[in-house]
Structure formats: C-alpha cells, structure tokens
Design a protein around this ligand. Structure first.
Ligand code: FAD
Ligand code: DLZ
Ligand code: SF4
Length: 512
C-alpha cells in the first residue's frame, strides 16, 4: 500500500523523521493551503519564504527520484486546508496510511490527532529529531524543579552534547557564560558589514506574483524579498556570518543602531526554523571557529547559548506548558494593540526604527523585539493575545513554538515567571545606553514628567507602581521597588499623570 508522507512548510529537511524509511512507490505530499497562509495576517515576505522554500524543496526531492505530489495555492482544486488535501490524496492514492513529523504548533498537532477518527485513516505522528533536546527529555529535566531556568538547562546541554567543554568536564575558558561581556554599546565609527541577500529566482518570482495577487493588504512588500530559500543559500548565509560577523557578535549582541537592522546578527532563524539548517552543525562550526582561533570565546559562547540554550529551552517550555500557556496573563494586561505596530507611524524613534525595519524585512533583531516593541507592550499593558498575534504574523521566522514563550513569557511576563525570573522592563535610560536612537527623537529621554517626556520613562514608573504589590516577593525587583519608594510622591503623581495622558492619546489613535 502507498504510504503518504505529509511534509509541512517548516519541515524542509531531507533527514526528516517522516522521510527516514521512504520506500519505492511512497508519495510525499506537500500542500500550499489558505488555512496556513491566513491563520494570522502573515507578513507578505513570510508567505513568500515558506511557499518558495517548499517549492524548492519539492524540486530537490524530485531530483533525487522521490515522487512528490505538490499542491499549489492557485490550483482550482485546492482544498484550502491540510486536512482537505490529505483527504483528497488518500482518495486518489487509495491508501489509508499517512506518516508525518509532529508539527511545530499545538493547534495543528491537536488537529492531526483527530484525523484517524475524523477521516478514518491511520496517521503515524513521529517525533521531530531536528532539535537537540526531545520534548520528553525536556519534560524529564523539568520534572520536580521549582523553577525552570535557561542557564541550568544550558549547562546540561553543554555537558550532554560536549559543546565548548574542556576534557576535565569544566566549561571552555572556565566560565559557562560570557553574557556580561556581551552588552557593549556600538561606537559610532563601527559599521556592520552588509549581510548577503538572495535575489529571487524564477520560482520565487512566481511565488511573489502569487502573494501580491492573493495577499495585497498584508504587511510588507513581497517584491523586496531576499531571504535564503534553499539549503545551499542558507549555508552561504551562515558562512558569511562565520567569516564576517561572528567575531563581533558577542560584543554587540545587545546593541541597537539607527539604519542598521541586522548589525552583527546571524540572520539564520528563518532557515533554521524551516529546516534548511541543522542546529548541531551550526554549533559545531561555531565551536571550530573558536578552537581555530578565528573568533573569541565570548562571541562563540554567546552564539552557541542562543542555539543550544535559548532555542531548545523555549521549545521545551512551549510543549511542556501548552495549551494552558496561550491563556496566561499574569499581569492582567488588556489594552488593545495600537495601530502604529502595523504602520510604524509614531514619534518614538526607537519604535519607529524597530517597526519600519520589521515592515521592510520581516525581521528585527532580538534586542529590538525584546527591549523596544516587547518592552513597550509590557509597560503599556497591551493584551498578550494581540501581541502574540502580531509577533507571529510579522516575523519571517515566527512559528508558535518559538514565538509564544518569547513573547508571552520573556517579553510580557504574562506567564508570571516561567521563562524569566523577572520582567524585562526598562526605561528610556536603557535604550539610550544601548542605542543611538534617542538623539534624534521627538521625545526627551532625560525627561520623565514634562510634555515631551520619553514615554518609556513615564510608562516604566507607572508599570512598577501598578504592579508593586505583585512584584513585592520577587528579589530581582527589589531595586526598582526601592526606587519607587524613594521617589517623592509629587513626582510619582506627575509621572503617572503623564503616563495616563500618553496612554489616553494612544488609545484614541492620536499620533504619539
Ligand atoms: P541571532 O541573534 O544571530 O541568534 C542566533 C540564533 O539563535 C537565532 O537564529 C535563533 O535561532 C536563536 N535564538 C536566539 N535567541 C533566541 C530565543 N530567545 N528563542 C529562540 N531562539 C533564539 N525567534 C524565532 O526564531 N522566531 C520567533 O518567532 C521569535 N519571536 C520572538 C519574539 C520576541 C518577543 C523575542 C524577544 C524574541 C523572539 N525570537 C524569535 C528570538 C530571537 O529574537 C530571534 O531568534 C532572532 O532575532 C533571529 O535573528 P538571527 O537569526 O539574526 O539571530
Ligand atoms: C507558515 C506557513 C504558510 C504561510 N503556509 C503553509 C502552507 O501553505 N503549507 C504548509 O504545509 N505550511 C505552511 N506554513 C507552515 C505551517 O504553518 C507550519 O508547518 C505549522 O504552523 C507548524 O509549525
Ligand atoms: Fe525611544 Fe524615549 Fe529614546 Fe525616544 S527618547 S528613542 S521614545 S527611548
């Protein structure tokens, strides 16, 4: 009997578990469907990325002699959903056996579990072994722990996978973490090298035309697309990072600069999350750069921590805590998302930089996501559901398994401290220290009460005052709470009044 092997849009890896025992006569089913293109209003370049990479992957499989049944979005028979396409294929090939690697989003995993009962077929869901820690291993690690801290998980991953370890079991360089050395402000005379961009080929151009026709109102310009869509391109992008940016990645990992959307970042999340790159290989090659003396330890450790530590930890949390996680709202935030998140039209220069960069490239680097748009959402008390949807829609690398714990957990503290031990709340002083944004801003970063006071200053103290009781038991919030206690009541009242004026104007849709 023919086995149908369903490959999803972010499962573009030849070593995928669902393809491991591919036999002659089996059919690989890949389907572009409206349901996946519309469950959030994806950035136009994200849709181009996924569909173009899917089409390229299908071609690569075919070139190896694999039978691929590829359903295009513009096929008049298209069933609009993955379920519908599976049903059609089951009938066409007169088979009842479907093999699939588990999807990266809970909603789809749930749906697939209903297919045997609903469609009367046999669905074998296999683990996704493209990660370094399985969902079961993470569960075992988490079991019985009072709190789940990335740092301890990361150390176990380093030991378990033998990455950056000395033969005596000590971490390379005698320390696990060089984070403290990765917080430098970028000097004005450092110019990050331009990363490679990948001009669209004929396949991508066809997808761009499709996206322009079908999704004309989505964020971004499909025609400006330049992300890697094949394994070969993704590897070239990573090599460019190794050769030109890894050495400085550590120093300026947390920096922000006007007009530099990419800085020294790797730009590999789109490829990693699609399956075009393998995290094990990336860690090994970064480690080799350190061992060969090409890149310093603080840079290589900083990079490996993101892949072996944060990425795996975030995924572990997602599968450990879903489906409850998507409803968590520990700070009771309810404010609607302001329209400027979609347009970038705001007087706050930091927000404008982060959002216009996002519109242009479907990308913002980590500190922009966390300390600019995320920090603003936290301080202003924006509804976590709306914020989640925005992050899931606008970034080309966004799938719920990685987007949600980062947004709801790390940025918004809506999980009450599962991902991070304290909220990443910061006033304008932090942004001024780490960027050159404030110099050219309408607002005054040194002011906290006047009519042009930096909104991050007023919202920061309003936020701390609003949640003072909730943070009282958190030792890591002792400093801001002490700052609050020491503040003269008249100043606090003026700050909070200014915060209310700002938030009221924002809620009314005024240009703030
Ligand atoms: P670099 O800064 O060069 O880092 C290298 C790699 O490390 C990344 O490609 C990524 O694979 C991994 N990494 C780093 N930090 C994280 C992290 N916190 N979680 C998971 N992986 C990490 N990343 C996504 O891949 N998809 C998302 O939808 C996503 N949403 C985010 C939302 C918020 C609010 C925040 C604060 C972070 C989010 N991140 C997300 C994590 C991070 O911002 C991106 O992975 C990174 O910006 C991608 O760019 P890069 O490849 O240049 O990364
Ligand atoms: C993101 C996405 C988009 C835009 N389109 C498709 C598609 O047409 N077909 C498909 O198989 N996958 C697509 N994807 C990726 C899926 O949304 C992704 O596989 C799930 O969210 C699980 O991570
Ligand atoms: Fe952002 Fe405030 Fe600086 Fe303006 S002054 S760029 S709003 S931190």
């Amino acid at each position: 009997m023919t086995t149908l092997r369903l490959v999803l849009g972010d499962q573009l890896s030849p070593q995928l578990s669902s393809l491991s025992d591919l036999a002659a006569g089996d059919v690989v089913l890949m389907a572009e469907v409206m349901d996946e293109c519309t469950y959030v209003p994806h950035h136009a370049q994200k849709i181009v990325l996924v569909l173009s990479a899917m089409r390229h992957f299908a071609e690569e499989l075919r070139a190896q002699g694999v039978i691929v049944d590829y359903r295009r979005l513009d096929d008049p028979q298209n069933a609009h959903s993955l379920r519908g396409e599976v049903l059609r294929a089951v009938a066409e090939y007169q088979t009842a056996r479907v093999v699939v690697t588990e999807p990266g989003e809970w909603r789809l995993a749930q749906e697939m579990r209903s297919w045997p009962g609903l469609l009367g077929i046999d669905v074998e869901i296999r683990g996704d072994d493209r990660f370094l820690c399985t969902i079961g291993q993470f569960r075992d690690w988490a079991a019985g722990r009072k709190s789940l801290r990335m740092e301890f998980f990361y150390r176990e991953m380093r030991r378990g996978h033998g990455v950056l370890m000395e033969p005596d079991g000590e971490p390379a360089g005698g320390r696990w973490n060089f984070d403290a050395e990765n917080r430098k402000r970028m000097p004005a005379d450092v110019f990050p090298p331009a990363p490679p961009r990948f001009p669209p080929d004929a396949i991508t151009r066809e997808v761009i035309a499709l996206v322009e026709a079908r999704f004309p109102d989505n964020m971004g310009k499909a025609g400006d697309f330049a992300w890697p869509v094949t394994k070969d391109q993704a590897e070239r992008a990573f090599e460019d990072f190794l050769d030109h940016r890894l050495g400085s990645f550590g120093d300026w990992q947390d920096a922000m600069q006007v007009g530099s959307p990419f800085l020294f970042h790797a730009l590999i999340s789109t490829s990693l999350n699609l399956g075009l790159l393998d995290p094990r290989e990336l860690c090994a090659r970064a480690e080799a750069a350190y061992l060969q003396g090409v890149a310093p330890l603080n840079a290589v450790e900083g990079f490996i921590r993101q892949i072996l530590g944060w990425r795996e930890f975030i995924r572990g949390i997602y599968w450990l805590k879903m489906p409850q996680y998507r409803h968590l709202n520990a700070l009771g935030a309810t404010r609607p998302l302001p329209a400027f998140y979609w347009s970038g039209q705001t007087k706050m220069r930091c927000m404008r930089e982060a959002i216009t960069g996002t519109i242009a490239h479907a990308y913002a680097h980590h500190i922009q996501r966390l300390m600019i748009t995320g920090n603003f959402a936290l301080l202003a008390g924006l509804d976590p559901g709306a914020v989640d949807e925005w992050y899931l829609a606008v970034y080309a690398d966004a799938y719920e398994w990685v987007e949600m714990p980062n947004t709801r957990g790390m940025a918004l503290f809506a999980d009450g401290g599962i991902v991070g031990s304290k909220p990443y709340a910061a006033s304008g002083a932090y942004i001024n220290k780490m960027s050159d944004y404030c110099g050219g801003c309408f607002y005054d970063v040194k002011d906290a009460t006047g009519p042009s006071a930096c909104p991050f200053n007023v919202l920061y103290w309003d936020f701390i005052a609003r949640h003072a009781e909730c943070f009282a038991g958190n030792a890591r919030m002792a400093m801001p709470l002490m700052g609050l206690r020491k503040m003269p009541p008249a100043k606090l009242a003026a700050l909070r009044a200014r915060a209310n004026v700002f938030l009221d104007s924002m809620d009314l849709g005024e240009f703030v």
